[in-house]
Design a protein around this ligand. Sequence first.
Ligand SMILES: *Cc1c(COP(=O)(O)O)cnc(C)c1O
Length: 454
Amino acid sequence: MPLHRTTPGGFADVYTQPLSRVPLPKYRMPEHSSDPREVYELVRSELLLDGDASQNLATFCTTWSEPEVHALMNENIDKNMIDKDEYPLTAELESRCVHIMANLWHAPHERSTIGCSTTGSSEACMLGGLALHRRWRARRREAGLPADRPNLVCGPVQVCWEKFARYFDLELRQVPLEEGATGLRPHQLKDHVDENTIGVVAILGVTFTCAYEPVADIAAALDDLQRETGLDIPIHVDAASGGFVAPFVQPDLVWDFRLPRVASINTSGHKYGLTPLGVGWVVWREAACLPDELVFWVDYLGGNMPTFALNFSRPGSEVVAQYYTMLRLGREGYRAVQQSCLDTAAHLADRLAATGRFTLLHDGRGAIPGVSYTLADPGSPFSLYDLSDTLRMRGWQVPTYPLPPAQEQTVVQRALIRHGIGRDRISLFVDDLHWALTRLTTPPDDSKRRGFHH
Ligand SMILES: *Cc1c(COP(=O)(O)O)cnc(C)c1O
């Protein structure tokens, strides 16, 4: 984008124009219009002060895409996902994506399964949760039993489940994290589920630790419970990050619709689905798992179309990008991308362990490509929060946070490896980590002198 434009008087530099000579408006829309290139440059330059997305090791979300993805999204920027009658091909691509995911996750009949795209996993989780609730309520009412105190049982879940429970007014029973655990342990379930439990959420890629919860063992524990008590409790798998990792690089791990108890699965297309931000998915095992009462028939867009979603208008371009990415990479391509991320995560885990300063909670192997760790020395002169701050001086964003109850006294740090973060970048990160550790463990006077010599 050129920094200057042609005016009747010749070339005008953006930074000589009126808008560049004042702080940009914060509370009131300007009275007059401005040149688009000038405004573009000023807004772009303001946004440069954001952190660099490729140094953001905190996010699971896509930060790199091929130019073809940018082109397709740009060309479809005006398509509204809800206008299924006007944009039948966009709707068709959404439907293909749902069936492909149903197949990837071993649905018994991928051709007739049901699901939809969403803005992300948060919306997808809420739709999955709502379906569980309505099915439970219908069963209770049929049996003449009270249906006013539903609960949902889970381990250390992402905040969207807490939102779901609060917004839709049901009890979230979060099973406390056991010492040394990275997620829900199946033996804990029997103390938390009861006749009012609408379902159990199992997580493929726990946000706090990166580990997978053992979905098959959770299902087996619920099978035992059913034998003992008669309670038949379905599972929703929150595979926000694992749904596009496990099928490719851990194909023998049984976590999906191969388990009859799994009623629905969500994933974030914009995480390891490798699509730019703005798309998630929820797929039900079979159409009967989605109660009719949640499906709305909309006829004012032309045609009469079923919709189930919390949003109405929503961009169609993300769905187009998801379909492109699945065709472009194929199973082979996803396998290669995820394996290379896993290799880099394992490499980072080894380098972290080699410093002798960290205890790994998740070593980058066998789950999503990331590492989580605590400080090995309880008497360490610095905290992980200090380490996050120091790494930030070199542009790296690495989050530090306490584990959920009952392990909240344990503070962990987490680094995620994604598509677009190569081995070289991680080598540079490790160099900066060593620099940060030296800085944090060197008495202040010495570090000042060192800084001076630089
Ligand atoms: C990221 C995440 C979510 C929320 O997904 P969004 O796509 O950000 O809305 C839910 N659950 C888990 C396990 C996640 O990792």
